[in-house]
Each structure stands twice: as structure tokens, then as C-alpha cells.
Design a protein around this ligand. Structure first.
Ligand SMILES: [Zn+2]
Length: 507
């Protein structure tokens, strides 16, 4: 019998702390919904006390996402814990995660507290949280540099005070698997009451060992792992969720452990987080990288063709990689299109379906054959534009090495059609300036990224942008066989999100 390891996802908290990532509430909600489909056990949705944006992110997710426990981080002080509770209380399964530093250096220099005082703060914090909330996790920050017996003591006290989970973070020691395994074993053997609670680990990847450390901990009694999609996180990031999950599943006979994760949702989760955070996944990244399942070497290819298991330890289907096989053409009807999407797990409303189908026809017209990979990108790019304030009707650009790039753009709104022209530093810049004139919306382009969805000359290009307006950032995605058009669509997508946001905050 495999023991079940809980997956605590902190993409929206620790991952989002990563430099340059600043998701808005809608984007956080979209990711949280995908995490629920993936069947993670806990979603750490943010750090409620930090800002109004963080608070409303956690609260919105708590109100709308069902299935996983919804968690907010809180320091071990009453104000933090009360704010965290306010944010998560509406959840089906509310969860508070409180922490305090336990290493000598942190206690002396950061907290300026004696060890007894730190234990007392932890106990009070856990008691307060448990009075409010059924699930409470206590973390000993910088655990790997803390005295082991002190850790046993503070965890025992936290458990007595009502903690349901105790967590061992490798905050800055950069531990290695054998050493971390010994610590987990020691805690397991010397902490009174630890058998009654969940023992969690939280590893950072500064030396590339976050996953190895987490798995070593699992072998020695940890039953929850904190991790992020694509290993996103501060500095070199956190343990990568997809690697933990597939490591355990692929080598289940060794670990005798598994998770509740629906692995067929891994690829989609990775692609969504990558698109919304603007953080591309390296090609050779384990599990979800573009080349993870590509067998280039001839001898491997030959083996795989004869029997996939010769070199493939897991299948692309098991993590839900859409196939690059051609599946639809421009003669495919609406019904076939709908069925295909449903097979891929997309159940669209009639209106969304109609829009997606129209876009598909436009693309199929240029591309002849459309693969599942293309469809996935199309749906990912188009679905976030449900309610369009502005829709791109027509554009024309003139560009060259000796001309000034100029763009003419026509945009439809609910009751009018507006046309504008502009020049720019390049064709994309010219289009963006024309759109800015039409919508009257001045934004700052923070990031622009482009990638080819599949190979070949007629490949679809997927553009993602991040723009800033009045201190908020918004992402946009666009897909087309024409990269200028994909760029325009991505920008329009972001502008529509701003319009929706303005409407929501003004009404
Ligand atoms: Zn962390």
C-alpha cells in the first residue's frame, strides 16, 4: 500500500514572490482553478497582511475555488493571523500557515528574542489560529540552521497548542539529501505528538537539490511537500511540483508513496503558469520542458519506435502533453471541433465555443492542418478574452529596412468602429501605438515574449505581454500564424482586461 503524500502548492505565494512576477486577482484565480483541477491538497494563495492586492487574491480564491484547502501565510503575531483568517474564512477548507524563525542567528538578530520567547510566540500564534481555523500549519523558518533539539521542542509545543501540520523549511542552509533526511528522521523520533500531525517540508533550489531534498524527506517520514509549478520561486526557486509528483509516481515501487495529483493536468498547469507569469520554461526542463519527451539520438528513436518503454520511462500522455499529430482541418465542422476540445478537457459555453471556432477557422485557413498543440494554444490565448470591450477588426502595417514602420488599425467596440494610424520603432510598436490612440488607454509595456507553438514554416506564434496601468499589471496572450497579428491580439487581450478591471472597480 502506497502512503499518500500531500501536495501543498505555493505557486501563488512563494512563486509569486519571485522577482518581476506580479499577478492580478483574475490571473491568480485562473491559476488556482487549474490547481484545483490538478487536485493539489492545499493552495497557498498569498500572504494576506502584505497588501490589499494579496488579501483580495486570497479572499477571492477562498470564495470561488472548491476542492483544495485554501491557505494564507501569517507571521506569528495576532494582526497577521486575524487578517489571514478574514481572507480564508469563506473557503470550503480554510487553512492558516503561521511561521517564526528558529535559528540562533534569526532569533538574535532579526527577532531580538530569547528562545523561550520565540516558543511562547509560536504557542500563542497557533492557539489563536486554531481558535479560528480547523487547519493550522506551523513553520520553523530557517529550520535547517536551527538547533535540532530546539526544533523538537518548539514543534512539540506547537502541536500541543493545536497545530495540525508542522513544516521544516530549508530557507537558506542549502541542505543536501542525506543531511536533510537525518534531520527529518530525528524530528520524527524526538518530537512528542508528531505522529498525530502532518510533517511537511519546504525546500529551495539554490543548489539544484530542492526536489532531491524533498524526496529524501518523504523517505524518512515527511508526508507533505511544499512546491510550485515549474519550480517557480525566489532566487533559484522552490521544489518543482511536477518533478516531485512524477518522481514519486514513476518510482512508486521504491518510494511506496503517491499523491492525489491528476498528472494529466501537469502540462496544462505548467503552460498556464508560464504564460501568466511570463516565465518561460527551459526546453530541457524535466517533465514539462519542450524536449522532455523528444528522442533525438537515432539509437533511442529506433528503440522507442520498437517499444516505447526502451527509453521512455513515462509517456507524454501521462502528463497531458497535447500531441503534435494533425487532427483538424478547415473542413472540420463545429461538432468535431467541440468534441475534440471536450476530449482535451475544455467544456466551453456556447458563446465561447462560437468564438473559439471562428478563430480556429481563421487559423485553419492559413495553416491547413491544426494539431492538438495548436488547439491548446488557441484556446489558451482566446478564452481569457470572454468579454471583449474592444475587438480587433482590421490592421495593416508597412515595414522595411528603409521605411518608417506605420500601422493602421480598426477596432470595434459595442456600438462603434474606430480607426487610427500611427508610426513606431517597429511594426509591433506602431500597432501598439495605434491601439493606444483608439482605446485612449495609456499603458507601459513591461514584457513581450514570443514562442512558436509547433515546428514548421506555418507554425502558430504565441505572444504574451505584460502591461502596467496605474500600478496594476495585466497579462495578454495572442495566437496566430502571423506574429504581428499575434502581437496585436496579445495587446488587445491585456487592454480588454484593463477595461474590465476599470469597469469592475468603478461600478
Ligand atoms: Zn520559501
Amino acid at each position: 500500500m502506497s502512503k499518500m503524500i500531500r501536495i501543498f502548492d505555493t505557486t501563488l505565494r512563494d512563486g509569486e514572490q519571485a522577482a518581476g512576477i506580479n499577478l492580478n486577482v483574475e490571473e491568480k484565480l485562473e491559476i488556482a482553478r487549474q490547481l484545483a483541477k490538478l487536485k493539489v491538497d492545499v493552495i497557498e494563495a498569498g500572504f494576506a497582511i502584505v497588501s490589499r492586492g494579496d488579501f483580495s487574491g486570497v479572499k477571492t480564491i477562498a470564495e470561488q475555488v472548491k476542492g483544495p484547502a485554501i491557505c494564507s501565510l501569517a507571521r506569528a503575531v495576532p494582526g497577521d493571523i486575524e487578517r489571514a483568517w478574514e481572507a480564508v474564512r469563506a473557503a470550503e477548507r480554510p487553512y492558516i500557515h503561521t511561521f517564526i524563525a528558529t535559528s540562533k542567528i534569526h532569533m538574535e538578530h532579526k527577532l531580538k528574542k530569547r528562545p523561550e520567547q520565540v516558543v511562547e510566540m509560536a504557542v500563542q500564534a497557533v492557539k489563536l489560529a486554531r481558535n479560528l481555523c480547523p487547519e493550522v500549519e506551523f513553520s520553523a523558518e530557517d529550520a535547517t540552521r536551527s538547533d535540532w533539539d530546539f526544533l523538537c521542542r518548539i514543534f512539540a509545543e506547537a502541536i500541543k497548542a493545536g497545530a495540525t501540520v508542522v513544516n521544516v523549511p530549508d530557507t537558506v542552509k542549502y541542505t543536501v539529501p542525506e543531511e536533510f533526511a537525518r534531520l527529518i528522521k530525528y524530528l520524527k523520533e524526538n518530537t512528542p505528538g508528531i505522529e498525530r500531525v502532518t510533517l511537511s517540508v519546504h525546500c529551495h533550489n539554490d543548489l539544484g537539490m530542492a526536489v532531491a531534498n524533498s524526496l529524501a524527506a518523504v523517505l524518512n517520514g515527511a508526508n507533505q511537500v511544499e512546491c510550485t509549478i515549474n519550480g517557480l520561486g525566489e532566487r533559484a526557486g522552490n521544489a518543482a511540483l511536477e518533478e516531485i509528483v512524477m518522481g514519486l509516481r514513476t518510482r512508486s515501487e521504491f518510494f511506496t508513496a503517491d499523491t492525489a495529483i491528476r498528472s494529466e493536468q501537469l502540462y496544462r498547469s505548467s503552460a498556464l503558469v508560464s504564460a501568466l507569469t511570463g516565465t518561460y520554461v527551459q526546453k530541457n526542463k524535466a517533465i514539462v520542458g519542450e524536449n522532455a519527451f523528444a528522442h533525438e539520438a537515432g539509437i533511442h528513436q529506433d528503440g522507442v519506435l520498437k517499444n516505447r518503454l526502451t527509453y521512455e520511462i513515462m509517456t507524454p500522455e501521462s502528463i497531458g502533453v497535447p500531441s503534435s499529430k494533425l487532427i483538424l482541418g478547415k473542413h472540420s465542422g463545429r461538432h468535431a471541433f467541440k468534441e475534440r476540445l471536450q476530449e482535451m478537457g475544455y467544456f466551453l459555453l456556447d458563446e465561447e465555443l462560437q468564438k473559439a471556432y471562428e478563430r480556429f477557422l481563421e487559423v485553419a485557413d492559413k495553416k491547413k492542418e491544426v494539431s492538438e498543440m495548436d488547439l491548446e494554444a488557441l484556446v489558451r490565448g482566446e478564452l481569457s478574452q470572454v468579454e471583449d470591450f474592444f475587438s480587433l477588426d482590421y490592421f495593416h502595417v508597412a515595414s522595411g529596412n528603409k521605411t518608417i514602420p506605420t500601422a493602421t488599425v480598426r477596432v470595434k467596440t459595442k456600438d462603434q468602429v474606430i480607426q487610427e494610424a500611427s508610426c513606431g520603432d517597429g511594426p509591433v510598436d506602431a500597432i501598439y501605438k495605434a491601439i493606444e490612440r483608439i482605446t485612449g488607454m495609456q499603458v507601459t509595456l513591461k514584457e513581450y515574449g514570443i514562442k512558436a507553438v509547433t515546428g514548421g514554416k506555418d507554425a502558430l506564434g504565441e505572444v504574451s505581454v505584460r502591461v502596467a496601468k496605474n500600478g496594476h499589471t495585466f497579462s495578454g496572450r495572442g495566437v496566430s500564424t502571423d506574429i504581428i497579428e499575434a502581437s496585436a491580439r496579445a495587446y488587445m487581450n491585456a487592454v480588454n482586461k484593463i477595461a474590465r478591471h476599470q469597469q469592475a472597480t468603478h461600478s
